[in-house]
Design a protein around this ligand. Sequence first.
Ligand code: IMP
Length: 197
Amino acid sequence: MKDSQSNQMILVLASTNEGKINEFRQFLSHFELTLQAQPKGVFVDETGQTFAENARLKALSVAKVTGHCSLADDSGLCVEALNGEPGVRSARYALNDEARINRLLSELDGHLNRRAFFSAAICVASPSGEVLIEVEGHCDGVIADSPRGINGFGYDPIFEVGSTGLTFAEMEIGQKRLLGHRGRAFALLEPRLKKIL
Ligand code: IMP
């Protein structure tokens, strides 16, 4: 459905996280879209086994409730030596960022293989229950021995990106956006979004 004032398509961003909504707005700023935040009181249970499944669940539910197309993402960190954990449980791995980092470092204690990747799945769905776009971006790296850097959020201080030798938390926002999983997912999304607008 279109916004009656701007005549632009309305896209509801399926998230209640302010930081994420702002990031979505920046990534989508050059599109002729009227972006709306998810209405308060909408809760979607993230029961999927993969990032893509969870993004789809969120986008379909929010599109159905609002009657507008919706964009959702789901992301997390997968560590090779921990069989892909924390994966889709990244946000629920411990009570706060510091505890999540400490838990991950202690689980990895003694492991020589510190390879890991971040993944971000994005889904755009229609109110009639159609999945319009699905993309997934990855970023390979290793888990550092201890936290470094002050930027970013979540696991950023312990995720060192391949050739850069820097953790996400040591990078400027522009560099993280270029190399990071969400930036890569949005780069894949852009041409496909253009086609449906
Ligand atoms: P969700 O996508 O909001 O369900 O949660 C993803 C969780 O994965 C976050 O709470 C963070 O713990 C972690 N995560 C996802 N993307 C990043 C990132 O770019 N940096 C650090 N942590 C991230």
